[in-house]
Design a protein around this ligand. Structure first.
Ligand SMILES: *[C@@H]1O[C@H](CO)[C@@H](O)[C@H](O)[C@H]1NC(C)=O
Ligand SMILES: *[C@@H]1O[C@H](CO)[C@@H](O)[C@H](O)[C@H]1NC(C)=O
Ligand SMILES: *[C@@H]1O[C@H](CO)[C@@H](O)[C@H](O)[C@H]1NC(C)=O
Ligand SMILES: *[C@@H]1O[C@H](CO)[C@@H](O)[C@H](O)[C@H]1NC(C)=O
Ligand SMILES: *[C@@H]1O[C@H](CO)[C@@H](O)[C@H](O)[C@H]1NC(C)=O
Length: 362
């Protein structure tokens, strides 16, 4: 009796194993023919007799054209290459929280060595997928070479993991007159578009702010974005609800909708609040990452010379509604001094004038 039962059980096991083998075989065949089919496809591409089918981006192999292709310039398909797919919404190679420190010595040579795939001028395109946006990262700048090295050291690898197609621009204020962050950023917007008219997203970053989490994605969103939610100097909290300072991002259309940034904020402070007002007054809302992800480390430094707090900032931000139509990208004037393409960034030096005389006294 038990022997019979054993026999039946054995038989069942055998059948199961056989079935599994069959299934395995079928799957292998499917995969095999799939690969085979691709080879056929490949051959047909180079089949001169039918030019319409030969095009590598025929309708069947690419979605319906809603995704702009910012692929590498040489989209010259070699034998085994398949057309690139759009980059994933959430890049797969992110690592999350990062250790950021500024004590180890840093040099531009090291940054260059660690980022061999960044092109001249600080540009990069993901090699393995088609990015959905092209991002110009603009850094208002003067005498902060030391910070720039750390910024590039940390940001290039982060942006690469985030699968961003980007270019890095420092907007270097010429001369020693009072600093004007917002006006420099307006210049950056104009000059980046002159450099590459395909930019459709602009991220404005101070040179001393490093994100502590690579899930804080440097791209543009449905609404204007504020990235630097929690800085260490503010105890990793948003200092006030309308804070828009540090690192922010606007798409090209969002930026033009608010007439860019104000040109008349000389010295430290106020311009970010004016930008926040412009956004609200134009019916948009600031979006932000989660406070746990939007953390930033700031490189400690003395306050710069010629960037003293602007005493007029409190009264000026009351008047955004009146000033924003005439003061902005539409009224921007500057003199380009030099554009130099460095291996890790593009250096745009510009003369933007000085505050009107009545302000200079204060
Ligand atoms: C090319 O392909 C199209 C459809 O893909 C077909 O209608 C046409 O007859 C082909 N032409 C030649 C020369 O094979
Ligand atoms: C390919 O797509 C274009 C527009 O997306 C369309 O006009 C055209 O008819 C399509 N061709 C085929 C063969 O489907
Ligand atoms: C393209 O595809 C998307 C979704 O896949 C669809 O919403 C859109 O209408 C399509 N556009 C065209 C022109 O077919
Ligand atoms: C494709 O690219 C290779 C180098 O990447 C080049 O040698 C070759 O001439 C190119 N072929 C075509 C058809 O452009
Ligand atoms: C940018 O270019 C200006 C003008 O040539 C130069 O004085 C400055 O040192 C450069 N700055 C950086 C960080 O490359």
């Amino acid at each position: 009796m038990t022997r019979l039962l054993l026999g039946v059980t054995l038989e069942r096991i055998c059948k199961a194993v056989l079935l599994l083998c069959l299934l395995h075989f079928v799957i292998i065949m499917i995969l095999y023919f799939d690969v085979y089919a691709q080879h056929l496809d490949f051959f047909s591409r180079f089949n001169a007799r039918n030019a319409s089918r030969a095009h590598p981006f025929s309708n069947s192999s690419r979605p319906n054209g809603t995704v702009p292709s910012y692929g590498p310039p040489s989209t010259n398909l070699s034998a085994t290459e398949k057309p690139l797919q759009p980059c994933q919404e959430t890049p797969p190679g992110l690592v999350g929280r990062l250790l950021i420190e500024f004590s180890s010595p840093m040099s531009m040579e090291r940054v260059q060595r660690e980022n061999p795939d960044v092109r001249q001028g600080g540009k990069y395109t993901p090699p393995d997928c088609l990015p959905r946006q092209k991002v110009a990262i603009l850094i208002p700048f003067r005498h902060r070479e030391h910070h720039l090295k750390y910024w590039l050291h940390y940001l290039h690898p982060i942006l690469r993991r985030q699968k961003v197609a980007y270019g890095i621009y420092i907007i270097n204020q010429f001369g020693e007159d009072t600093f004007n962050r917002a006006k420099l950023l307006n210049v950056g917007f104009m000059e980046a578009l002159k450099d590459d008219e395909e930019y459709d997203c602009f991220i404005f970053s101070d040179v001393d702010l490093i994100p502590m989490d690579d899930r804080n994605l440097y791209r543009c969103y449905e609404q204007p974005r504020h990235f630097a939610v929690g800085m260490d100097k503010f105890g990793f909290r948003l200092p006030y609800a309308g804070y828009f300072g540090g690192v922010s991002g606007l798409s090209k259309s969002q930026f033009l909708k608010i007439n860019g940034f104000p040109n008349e904020y000389w010295g430290w402070g106020g311009e970010d609040d004016d930008i926040f007002n412009r956004i609200s007054l134009n019916g948009m809302k600031v979006s932000r990452p989660d406070i746990r992800i939007g953390r930033y480390r700031m490189i400690k430094h003395e306050r710069d010379k010629h960037n003293e707090p602007n005493p007029q900032r409190f009264t000026k931000i009351q008047n955004t509604k009146m000033t924003m139509k005439r003061d902005g990208i539409s009224s921007l004037q500057y003199r380009l001094v030099e554009i130099s393409r460095q291996p890790m960034y593009t250096n745009i030096t510009v003369e933007i004038g000085r505050p009107p005389p009545r302000l200079a006294r204060g």
